[in-house]
Design a protein around this ligand. Sequence first.
Ligand code: C5P
Length: 236
Amino acid sequence: MGKDVIVACDFAGAEAVYGFLDRFEGRKKPFVKIGMELFYAEGPDIVRQIKRRGHRIFLDLKLHDIPNTVKKAMAALSGLDVDICNLHAAGTRAMMEAALEGITRPDGTRPLLIAVTQLTSTDQQSMERDLLIREPMDRVVLHYAETAKAAGLDGVVCSPLEAGKIHERLGRGFLTVTPGVRFADGDRGDQKRVMTPAQARAAGSDYIVVGRPITAAADPVAAYERCVAEFVDGDE
Ligand code: C5P
């Protein structure tokens, strides 16, 4: 499993995302993340169009419902030919197992399926107060990751700060996909716990998800290539 940089294409509509992707004409085509904003605005066709342009796709829809509904929704998504899709581990092991069944195509192939553990917007205080979960955050994240692995999933979305511990406990082959990445000399925006691409590489992340440091850069192609050089090639 090679390391790669996934660009979070958090754009409001098709025109903006195509304008962004056009800049990469003739270069390495980035692996892109399509989230709820773009998917709900444009529908599944945006996924087909971006795939047709030759990009690998992480469809970040974070499903969470009863097992039967998630299984059927995943079966619908399996026709989109994405490379990675995801769900909330909080939906329980039964929901994750049903999702895995749903996402598997009749010929046995399927995208990678990964689980969100606790969102980075949830902190210890809100987890205790709103969810009544009183264990320490790192234990909760690790437990959700263990449950995802037991259900047969391929990995988790987590902070790069948690990637090392997850690999240590669940093995090198269990994927860690990590947002919260910033250049050392860059703006952190609303992300609080961040790592540079080089630090995420050292921490053992398999994929980093990078949005604004690339999409809002004066030269997005140069910013993407810098990310790849630091994270994939190990240049600092
Ligand atoms: O612009 P930025 O690099 O902060 O984008 C990070 C991307 O990763 C966004 O699409 C955000 O929704 C997503 N994400 C995150 N933290 C999580 C899960 C997803 O930042 N825990």
